[in-house]
Design a binder for this molecule. Structure first.
Ligand code: IPM
Ligand code: MG
Length: 357
Protein backbone atom coordinates (compact mmCIF):
# COMPACT_ATOMS: atom_id res chain seq x y z
CA UNK A 1 0.00 0.00 0.00
CA UNK A 2 1.71 3.20 -1.11
CA UNK A 3 1.86 5.64 1.82
CA UNK A 4 1.76 9.27 0.75
CA UNK A 5 2.22 12.17 3.12
CA UNK A 6 0.38 15.18 1.72
CA UNK A 7 1.65 18.65 2.63
CA UNK A 8 -0.53 21.24 0.87
CA UNK A 9 1.30 24.10 2.62
CA UNK A 10 0.23 27.68 1.94
CA UNK A 11 -1.54 29.86 -0.60
CA UNK A 12 -2.46 28.15 -3.85
CA UNK A 13 -0.65 25.05 -2.61
CA UNK A 14 -3.86 24.18 -0.78
CA UNK A 15 -6.14 24.61 -3.80
CA UNK A 16 -4.01 22.72 -6.29
CA UNK A 17 -3.30 19.86 -3.89
CA UNK A 18 -7.03 19.53 -3.29
CA UNK A 19 -7.57 18.98 -6.99
CA UNK A 20 -4.67 16.52 -7.12
CA UNK A 21 -6.07 14.43 -4.29
CA UNK A 22 -9.38 14.12 -6.16
CA UNK A 23 -7.58 12.97 -9.26
CA UNK A 24 -5.40 10.51 -7.33
CA UNK A 25 -8.53 9.03 -5.77
CA UNK A 26 -10.02 8.43 -9.21
CA UNK A 27 -6.81 6.70 -10.31
CA UNK A 28 -6.73 4.78 -7.07
CA UNK A 29 -10.04 3.17 -7.96
CA UNK A 30 -9.31 2.74 -11.63
CA UNK A 31 -5.94 1.06 -11.09
CA UNK A 32 -6.68 -0.58 -7.74
CA UNK A 33 -3.74 1.10 -6.04
CA UNK A 34 -4.78 1.35 -2.39
CA UNK A 35 -3.16 4.69 -1.57
CA UNK A 36 -2.93 5.70 2.07
CA UNK A 37 -3.00 9.48 2.33
CA UNK A 38 -2.17 11.49 5.40
CA UNK A 39 -2.48 15.30 5.34
CA UNK A 40 -0.35 17.56 7.54
CA UNK A 41 0.45 21.24 8.02
CA UNK A 42 3.60 22.63 6.44
CA UNK A 43 5.20 26.04 5.99
CA UNK A 44 3.29 29.12 7.14
CA UNK A 45 0.26 27.11 8.19
CA UNK A 46 2.49 25.05 10.48
CA UNK A 47 4.12 28.20 11.85
CA UNK A 48 0.68 29.55 12.74
CA UNK A 49 -0.33 26.34 14.48
CA UNK A 50 2.94 25.14 16.00
CA UNK A 51 5.46 27.98 15.72
CA UNK A 52 7.73 26.05 13.35
CA UNK A 53 7.52 25.50 9.56
CA UNK A 54 7.69 21.74 10.00
CA UNK A 55 7.31 19.79 13.22
CA UNK A 56 9.46 16.85 14.22
CA UNK A 57 6.44 14.56 13.98
CA UNK A 58 5.76 15.62 10.41
CA UNK A 59 9.42 15.11 9.48
CA UNK A 60 9.20 11.63 10.98
CA UNK A 61 6.02 10.91 9.05
CA UNK A 62 7.75 12.07 5.89
CA UNK A 63 10.56 9.63 6.52
CA UNK A 64 8.13 6.81 7.15
CA UNK A 65 6.11 7.40 3.97
CA UNK A 66 6.86 6.21 0.45
CA UNK A 67 6.45 9.67 -1.01
CA UNK A 68 5.65 13.21 0.04
CA UNK A 69 3.26 15.24 -2.10
CA UNK A 70 3.73 18.95 -1.55
CA UNK A 71 1.82 22.05 -2.58
CA UNK A 72 3.77 25.25 -1.93
CA UNK A 73 5.03 27.22 1.04
CA UNK A 74 5.43 30.84 2.02
CA UNK A 75 3.64 34.17 1.90
CA UNK A 76 3.99 37.80 2.97
CA UNK A 77 2.67 37.00 6.44
CA UNK A 78 5.82 35.04 7.29
CA UNK A 79 8.36 36.94 5.22
CA UNK A 80 9.91 38.94 8.02
CA UNK A 81 10.52 36.10 10.43
CA UNK A 82 14.02 35.13 11.41
CA UNK A 83 15.63 33.01 8.70
CA UNK A 84 15.38 29.64 10.43
CA UNK A 85 11.70 30.19 11.24
CA UNK A 86 10.58 31.01 7.71
CA UNK A 87 8.34 28.61 5.74
CA UNK A 88 11.15 28.11 3.20
CA UNK A 89 13.47 26.68 5.84
CA UNK A 90 10.87 23.99 6.53
CA UNK A 91 11.11 22.96 2.89
CA UNK A 92 14.91 22.93 3.02
CA UNK A 93 14.81 20.84 6.21
CA UNK A 94 12.46 18.35 4.57
CA UNK A 95 14.68 18.00 1.50
CA UNK A 96 17.75 17.55 3.68
CA UNK A 97 16.12 15.12 6.08
CA UNK A 98 14.98 12.89 3.21
CA UNK A 99 18.34 13.33 1.48
CA UNK A 100 16.37 14.25 -1.64
CA UNK A 101 19.46 15.38 -3.49
CA UNK A 102 18.24 15.10 -7.07
CA UNK A 103 15.60 17.56 -8.19
CA UNK A 104 14.14 16.70 -11.57
CA UNK A 105 12.34 19.56 -13.30
CA UNK A 106 11.03 18.82 -16.77
CA UNK A 107 10.18 21.82 -18.97
CA UNK A 108 8.09 20.69 -21.88
CA UNK A 109 6.43 23.02 -24.36
CA UNK A 110 3.02 21.59 -25.19
CA UNK A 111 2.03 22.28 -28.82
CA UNK A 112 -1.31 23.66 -27.59
CA UNK A 113 0.51 26.19 -25.40
CA UNK A 114 3.42 27.25 -27.61
CA UNK A 115 1.80 30.66 -28.09
CA UNK A 116 1.45 31.20 -24.34
CA UNK A 117 5.22 31.61 -24.00
CA UNK A 118 6.68 35.10 -24.06
CA UNK A 119 9.10 33.79 -26.68
CA UNK A 120 8.18 33.22 -30.31
CA UNK A 121 6.56 29.92 -31.21
CA UNK A 122 9.34 29.09 -33.69
CA UNK A 123 11.93 29.39 -30.89
CA UNK A 124 10.16 27.34 -28.21
CA UNK A 125 8.21 24.80 -30.23
CA UNK A 126 9.43 21.26 -29.56
CA UNK A 127 11.38 22.22 -26.42
CA UNK A 128 11.73 19.29 -24.05
CA UNK A 129 14.26 19.83 -21.27
CA UNK A 130 14.95 18.03 -18.02
CA UNK A 131 16.70 20.21 -15.47
CA UNK A 132 18.58 18.07 -12.95
CA UNK A 133 19.29 20.29 -9.98
CA UNK A 134 21.43 19.30 -6.99
CA UNK A 135 19.16 19.98 -4.03
CA UNK A 136 20.77 19.25 -0.69
CA UNK A 137 24.17 20.91 -1.01
CA UNK A 138 25.89 23.94 -2.44
CA UNK A 139 25.37 27.46 -1.20
CA UNK A 140 21.94 26.63 0.27
CA UNK A 141 23.51 24.50 2.98
CA UNK A 142 27.20 25.44 3.06
CA UNK A 143 28.75 26.79 6.26
CA UNK A 144 29.89 29.19 7.57
CA UNK A 145 26.85 31.34 6.95
CA UNK A 146 25.28 34.27 8.72
CA UNK A 147 25.22 37.99 9.32
CA UNK A 148 27.80 39.46 11.70
CA UNK A 149 28.38 42.87 13.17
CA UNK A 150 31.54 44.66 12.09
CA UNK A 151 33.63 46.95 14.32
CA UNK A 152 32.83 49.87 12.01
CA UNK A 153 29.14 49.50 12.85
CA UNK A 154 28.31 47.85 9.55
CA UNK A 155 27.45 44.21 9.05
CA UNK A 156 28.84 41.33 7.03
CA UNK A 157 26.56 38.77 5.38
CA UNK A 158 28.11 35.55 4.11
CA UNK A 159 27.32 32.10 2.70
CA UNK A 160 29.52 29.31 1.48
CA UNK A 161 29.36 27.58 -1.87
CA UNK A 162 30.76 24.11 -1.32
CA UNK A 163 30.61 20.78 -3.17
CA UNK A 164 32.48 17.56 -2.51
CA UNK A 165 33.49 14.98 -5.09
CA UNK A 166 30.88 12.57 -3.77
CA UNK A 167 28.06 15.09 -4.03
CA UNK A 168 28.99 15.99 -7.60
CA UNK A 169 29.39 12.37 -8.65
CA UNK A 170 26.00 11.26 -7.42
CA UNK A 171 24.06 14.08 -9.08
CA UNK A 172 26.09 13.68 -12.29
CA UNK A 173 25.14 9.98 -12.40
CA UNK A 174 21.47 10.88 -12.08
CA UNK A 175 21.79 13.33 -14.99
CA UNK A 176 23.65 10.90 -17.25
CA UNK A 177 21.28 8.07 -16.40
CA UNK A 178 18.27 10.19 -17.33
CA UNK A 179 19.95 11.40 -20.52
CA UNK A 180 20.33 7.79 -21.64
CA UNK A 181 16.56 7.40 -21.50
CA UNK A 182 16.06 10.64 -23.43
CA UNK A 183 18.20 12.18 -26.19
CA UNK A 184 21.55 11.26 -24.67
CA UNK A 185 22.93 14.73 -24.03
CA UNK A 186 23.88 16.52 -20.80
CA UNK A 187 24.68 20.21 -20.54
CA UNK A 188 26.49 20.87 -17.29
CA UNK A 189 26.24 24.39 -15.92
CA UNK A 190 28.96 25.98 -13.81
CA UNK A 191 31.06 29.06 -13.26
CA UNK A 192 34.42 27.33 -13.59
CA UNK A 193 36.02 30.49 -14.95
CA UNK A 194 35.67 32.21 -11.59
CA UNK A 195 34.94 29.74 -8.77
CA UNK A 196 37.25 26.93 -7.62
CA UNK A 197 34.29 24.85 -6.46
CA UNK A 198 32.86 25.02 -9.96
CA UNK A 199 36.21 24.03 -11.44
CA UNK A 200 35.94 20.89 -9.32
CA UNK A 201 32.33 20.50 -10.52
CA UNK A 202 33.45 20.52 -14.15
CA UNK A 203 36.36 18.14 -13.56
CA UNK A 204 34.24 15.61 -11.67
CA UNK A 205 31.32 15.72 -14.12
CA UNK A 206 33.74 15.13 -17.01
CA UNK A 207 35.41 12.26 -15.17
CA UNK A 208 32.08 10.54 -14.42
CA UNK A 209 31.08 10.86 -18.07
CA UNK A 210 34.38 9.51 -19.40
CA UNK A 211 34.51 6.60 -16.97
CA UNK A 212 30.87 5.53 -16.79
CA UNK A 213 28.83 7.16 -19.55
CA UNK A 214 31.13 7.54 -22.57
CA UNK A 215 28.10 7.19 -24.86
CA UNK A 216 26.45 10.36 -23.49
CA UNK A 217 27.27 13.69 -25.12
CA UNK A 218 28.50 16.27 -22.58
CA UNK A 219 28.48 20.03 -23.06
CA UNK A 220 29.76 22.52 -20.45
CA UNK A 221 28.35 26.04 -20.25
CA UNK A 222 29.08 28.88 -17.86
CA UNK A 223 25.88 29.83 -16.12
CA UNK A 224 25.63 33.28 -17.70
CA UNK A 225 25.98 31.80 -21.17
CA UNK A 226 23.56 28.99 -20.28
CA UNK A 227 20.94 31.56 -19.28
CA UNK A 228 21.37 33.19 -22.68
CA UNK A 229 21.43 30.00 -24.76
CA UNK A 230 18.33 28.76 -22.98
CA UNK A 231 16.21 31.50 -24.52
CA UNK A 232 18.16 31.46 -27.78
CA UNK A 233 18.22 27.76 -28.65
CA UNK A 234 16.03 25.96 -26.08
CA UNK A 235 15.42 23.00 -28.37
CA UNK A 236 19.13 22.11 -28.36
CA UNK A 237 19.01 21.15 -24.67
CA UNK A 238 18.15 17.72 -23.38
CA UNK A 239 19.32 17.31 -19.75
CA UNK A 240 20.64 20.41 -17.98
CA UNK A 241 22.71 19.59 -14.90
CA UNK A 242 23.35 22.26 -12.27
CA UNK A 243 24.15 22.86 -8.63
CA UNK A 244 21.53 24.03 -6.18
CA UNK A 245 21.48 27.79 -6.79
CA UNK A 246 22.17 27.79 -10.53
CA UNK A 247 19.55 25.06 -10.91
CA UNK A 248 17.04 27.15 -8.98
CA UNK A 249 17.53 30.03 -11.40
CA UNK A 250 17.77 28.05 -14.63
CA UNK A 251 14.68 26.01 -13.82
CA UNK A 252 12.52 29.13 -13.44
CA UNK A 253 13.86 30.39 -16.74
CA UNK A 254 13.13 27.05 -18.42
CA UNK A 255 9.65 27.23 -16.92
CA UNK A 256 8.92 30.48 -18.66
CA UNK A 257 9.70 28.87 -22.03
CA UNK A 258 6.68 26.66 -21.49
CA UNK A 259 4.33 29.57 -20.98
CA UNK A 260 3.73 29.28 -17.29
CA UNK A 261 5.23 28.21 -14.02
CA UNK A 262 1.74 26.81 -13.44
CA UNK A 263 2.52 23.93 -15.78
CA UNK A 264 5.71 22.62 -14.22
CA UNK A 265 6.08 19.58 -11.99
CA UNK A 266 9.15 18.42 -10.11
CA UNK A 267 10.43 15.41 -8.26
CA UNK A 268 13.09 15.50 -5.55
CA UNK A 269 14.61 12.09 -5.18
CA UNK A 270 17.18 10.47 -2.93
CA UNK A 271 16.69 8.31 0.14
CA UNK A 272 13.12 9.65 0.24
CA UNK A 273 11.06 11.36 -2.44
CA UNK A 274 9.28 14.70 -2.43
CA UNK A 275 6.98 15.73 -5.25
CA UNK A 276 6.63 19.48 -5.54
CA UNK A 277 5.26 21.73 -8.26
CA UNK A 278 7.88 24.29 -9.31
CA UNK A 279 5.54 27.22 -8.65
CA UNK A 280 5.31 28.95 -5.31
CA UNK A 281 2.35 29.77 -3.09
CA UNK A 282 1.30 32.79 -5.23
CA UNK A 283 -0.30 34.75 -2.37
CA UNK A 284 -1.61 37.36 -4.82
CA UNK A 285 -4.07 34.89 -6.35
CA UNK A 286 -4.54 32.48 -3.44
CA UNK A 287 -8.08 31.57 -2.42
CA UNK A 288 -9.63 32.99 -5.58
CA UNK A 289 -9.90 29.80 -7.61
CA UNK A 290 -7.45 31.26 -10.14
CA UNK A 291 -4.53 28.85 -9.75
CA UNK A 292 -3.49 26.37 -12.38
CA UNK A 293 -3.67 22.84 -10.91
CA UNK A 294 -1.77 21.28 -13.83
CA UNK A 295 1.71 21.60 -12.27
CA UNK A 296 0.45 19.72 -9.22
CA UNK A 297 -1.27 17.11 -11.37
CA UNK A 298 1.83 16.53 -13.48
CA UNK A 299 3.75 16.31 -10.20
CA UNK A 300 1.44 13.46 -9.23
CA UNK A 301 2.18 11.86 -12.59
CA UNK A 302 5.89 12.02 -11.73
CA UNK A 303 5.18 10.46 -8.33
CA UNK A 304 3.30 7.58 -9.91
CA UNK A 305 6.13 7.01 -12.35
CA UNK A 306 9.22 7.50 -10.19
CA UNK A 307 8.11 6.29 -6.76
CA UNK A 308 5.53 3.68 -7.63
CA UNK A 309 6.50 2.49 -11.09
CA UNK A 310 2.92 2.98 -12.27
CA UNK A 311 3.52 4.09 -15.82
CA UNK A 312 -0.05 3.53 -16.95
CA UNK A 313 -1.62 5.66 -14.22
CA UNK A 314 1.03 8.32 -14.80
CA UNK A 315 0.27 8.42 -18.53
CA UNK A 316 -3.43 8.67 -17.72
CA UNK A 317 -2.84 12.00 -16.00
CA UNK A 318 -0.60 13.33 -18.77
CA UNK A 319 -3.08 12.34 -21.47
CA UNK A 320 -6.04 13.81 -19.61
CA UNK A 321 -4.15 17.11 -19.19
CA UNK A 322 -3.25 17.17 -22.89
CA UNK A 323 -6.78 16.45 -24.01
CA UNK A 324 -8.27 19.22 -21.85
CA UNK A 325 -5.69 21.69 -23.18
CA UNK A 326 -6.40 20.61 -26.74
CA UNK A 327 -10.09 21.26 -26.15
CA UNK A 328 -9.10 24.85 -25.46
CA UNK A 329 -9.59 25.11 -21.70
CA UNK A 330 -7.15 27.43 -19.91
CA UNK A 331 -6.59 28.80 -16.43
CA UNK A 332 -5.78 32.51 -16.19
CA UNK A 333 -2.00 32.07 -16.34
CA UNK A 334 -2.12 30.40 -19.76
CA UNK A 335 -5.23 32.10 -21.09
CA UNK A 336 -5.19 33.59 -24.57
CA UNK A 337 -7.91 35.09 -26.70
CA UNK A 338 -10.02 32.45 -28.35
CA UNK A 339 -9.56 29.91 -25.55
CA UNK A 340 -11.99 29.03 -22.75
CA UNK A 341 -11.08 30.45 -19.39
CA UNK A 342 -11.74 28.28 -16.33
CA UNK A 343 -10.87 28.33 -12.64
CA UNK A 344 -8.73 25.90 -10.67
CA UNK A 345 -11.64 23.71 -9.57
CA UNK A 346 -13.24 23.61 -13.02
CA UNK A 347 -9.91 22.68 -14.63
CA UNK A 348 -9.68 19.84 -12.11
CA UNK A 349 -13.22 18.69 -12.93
CA UNK A 350 -12.50 18.73 -16.66
CA UNK A 351 -9.38 16.64 -16.14
CA UNK A 352 -11.31 14.25 -13.90
CA UNK A 353 -13.91 13.86 -16.63
CA UNK A 354 -11.23 13.23 -19.25
CA UNK A 355 -9.77 10.55 -16.97
CA UNK A 356 -13.08 8.77 -16.68
CA UNK A 357 -13.68 8.79 -20.43
C1 IPM B 1 12.27 26.22 -5.50
C2 IPM B 1 12.05 27.37 -4.58
C3 IPM B 1 12.75 27.08 -3.27
C4 IPM B 1 14.23 26.96 -3.55
C5 IPM B 1 12.50 28.08 -2.12
C6 IPM B 1 11.04 28.27 -1.86
C7 IPM B 1 13.23 27.68 -0.87
O1 IPM B 1 12.49 28.55 -5.17
O2 IPM B 1 11.89 25.09 -5.12
O3 IPM B 1 12.81 26.41 -6.59
O4 IPM B 1 14.95 27.95 -3.68
O5 IPM B 1 14.71 25.82 -3.68
MG1 MG C 1 12.99 28.32 -7.24
Amino acid sequence: MPKVLVLPGDGIGVEVTDVSLDILKILDEKHNIGFEFEIELFGGSSIDAHGVPITKEVLEKAEASDAVLMGAVGGPKWENLEHSKKPESGLLALRKELDAFANLRPAVVYPALADASTLKREVVEGTDIMVVRELTGGIYFGTPRGIEKLPDGGEKGFNTLVYTTGEIERIARVAFGIARKRRNKVTSIDKANVLEVMQLWRTVVTRVRDAEYPDVELEHLYVDNAAMQLIRRPRSFDVMLAGNMFGDIISDEAAQLTGSLGMLPSASIGAGAIYEPVHGSAPDIAGQDLANPIASLLTCAMMLKYSFDMGAASNDIENAVKSVLEKGYRTADIYQEGTKRVGCREMGNLIARALRE
